[in-house]
Design a binder for this molecule. Structure first.
Ligand code: KG4
Ligand code: ZN
Length: 340
């Protein structure tokens, strides 16, 4: 039998300091996440400088815990996978410097990972049968993309957002209705008490680009609705606003992904990123996929939001292909998908 391959994953691109040990790309031996959300909540969003400082404070402890939980030492690890972009440059640098130091000290190979490719790979962890090719809807705080995963680590962008990312729209609308940061999970919860057909918010169509998105008009429509109600001194039903807004987002995400899958002749769809944890998106996508005889894959919520197990999984598939990063690996805040 072939020897098992253990990858230590490190993720510090935003506000979670995370480390994980993953066996053969799919079996999670440990997944440690130290979240800074409570700290950033005080400011209504992520403060980059605070994020970097917290990562420095936590990183060693988080890695040690990941190794201890997996019951391995650095000597047992075959490769170190680290997110090097996209993300906050100061935050990314902490993980990258740490990974390079471990690689230098142990002589173990280093593999730089694209954060969004990590999100896609989160689907491999619990769906052991999932293999490319498949279509993936990536919806996070910074990205909204439909990509064709042609092979492990090989992506073709089919559609993208022209302005706000889906998660960004959730966070901005949540702030407007006084729910605070992070908005996605709070809107998800409140929407369950509201009517999704209460307010007709717009769905933007982009001429000649059937798989692209735009959420800034929707965000403005919600803000206008709130302002108009306030001017008329009408009470705002926040649950109805949350449910109707969420429905508008989910509707375009689902219809465009299904249209792309049908047009490209792909019968496997996966969803990834923080917004993939949204209960309404999961339900609507399940229904649409069943109706169209498409197999649907999604990670558990803990693997949808930022974590290092997904980074270790992505790093594994790069490692077996022979990809190695040098000690000159740098943080690239605006790294594009498929760029190396
Ligand atoms: O992937 P992620 O953890 O970080 C980025 O790479 O951006 O995604 C964070 C985004 C935030 O905008 C957050 O509000 C959103 O994912 N999110 C959700 C839910 N959980 C997290 N959005 C909608 N519903 C949720 N349940
Ligand atoms: Zn992310």
């Amino acid at each position: 039998m072939a020897k098992d391959t253990l990858v230590l994953g490190i993720e510090t691109s935003c506000d979670e300091t995370a480390a994980a040990v993953v066996k053969n790309g799919r079996e999670v031996l440990s997944n440690i996440i130290s979240s800074q959300i409570d700290l950033h909540k005080l400011y209504g969003g992520v403060v980059p400088e605070i994020a970097s400082r917290k990562h420095i404070e936590k990183i060693n402890q988080v890695i040690e815990e990941a190794l201890n939980t997996a019951e391995v030492t650095l000597q047992d690890i075959d490769a170190i996978g680290v997110t090097y972009g996209p993300g906050l440059v100061g935050a990314l640098l902490v993980g990258v410097a740490e990974a390079k130091a471990i690689s230098f000290a142990t002589g173990k190979p280093l593999v730089g990972v694209h954060h969004i490719e990590g999100h896609v790979s989160a689907n491999y962890i619990e769906n052991k049968e999932l293999e490319p090719p498949f279509l993936c809807l990536i919806v996070s705080g910074g990205h909204t993309h439909i990509v064709l995963v042609k092979e492990y680590g090989e992506y073709e962008i089919i559609g993208y957002t022209h302005d706000d990312a889906a998660g960004e729209a959730f966070d901005k609308v949540a702030r407007a209705i006084g729910l605070g940061y992070p908005g996605g999970p709070k809107i998800d919860k409140l929407a369950k008490e509201g009517r999704k057909d209460a307010i007709a918010f717009p769905r933007a169509h982009i001429e000649g680009a059937p798989y692209d998105f735009s959420f800034s008009g929707l965000k403005s429509a919600v803000l206008n609705y709130i302002n108009t109600c306030e001017m008329k001194k009408e009470e705002i039903n926040r649950a109805d606003v949350a449910a109707s807004f969420q429905e508008a987002v989910v509707d375009v995400l689902v219809t465009r992904t299904i249209t792309a899958a049908k047009n490209f002749g792909i019968n496997k769809v996966a969803i990834a990123g923080g917004v993939a944890a949204n209960s309404s998106l999961r339900e609507a996508m399940r229904e649409a996929c069943t109706e169209n005889e498409i197999s649907l894959f999604y990670p558990s919520p803990i693997y949808c939001t930022d974590n290092a197990a997904m980074i270790a999984s992505a790093a594994y598939y790069e490692y077996v292909k022979g990809t190695r990063s040098g000690l000159d690996l740098n943080a690239i805040p605006n790294l594009k998908i498929g760029q190396r």
